[in-house]
Design a protein. Structure first.
Length: 132
């Protein structure tokens, strides 16, 4: 897929993937928190751009990956105007959550146990006490 819709979906996928990968490689908790927020915000903006592209063109977007799950016939992403509405709603909430989450998790800096970082970060962020 080319054009604005293809670019928007590329920004979406790239933002989410870059935020996830760079957070794992970040040298500090603060850097991981910030790069995750930037990646999530970029992904959400890509979502909104894809939704706007569908609404303004009036045509659905279809992106196919025939080799992704080749045994099942491939993988297709299809975005019609109704799907674009729901994508935009999720993107707006996700964008707000990314911005809020970056500032809210700053209080947890230094309290995250380094063992099993992926698991412990999520558990510690859901913990409401201050006695870590």
């Amino acid at each position: 897929m080319t054009g604005p819709a293809g670019g928007a979906l590329g920004v979406m996928a790239g933002g989410y993937a870059a935020g996830a990968v760079l957070a794992l490689l970040a040298p500090s908790q603060r850097a991981a928190r910030l790069v995750t927020a930037v990646g999530a915000a970029a992904g959400c903006l890509g979502d909104l751009a894809a939704a706007l592209s569908v609404w303004l063109d009036g045509r659905p977007i279809a992106v196919s990956f025939p080799g992704l799950v080749a045994a099942a016939g491939g993988f297709v992403i299809d975005l019609d105007p109704l799907g674009a509405l729901f994508l935009a709603l999720v993107a707006v909430v996700g964008l707000l959550a990314a911005l809020y989450g970056a500032s809210d998790t700053a209080a947890l800096e230094g309290n995250i146990v380094p063992d099993f970082p992926l698991c412990n970060k999520s558990f510690n962020q859901s913990y409401s006490g201050n006695d870590l």
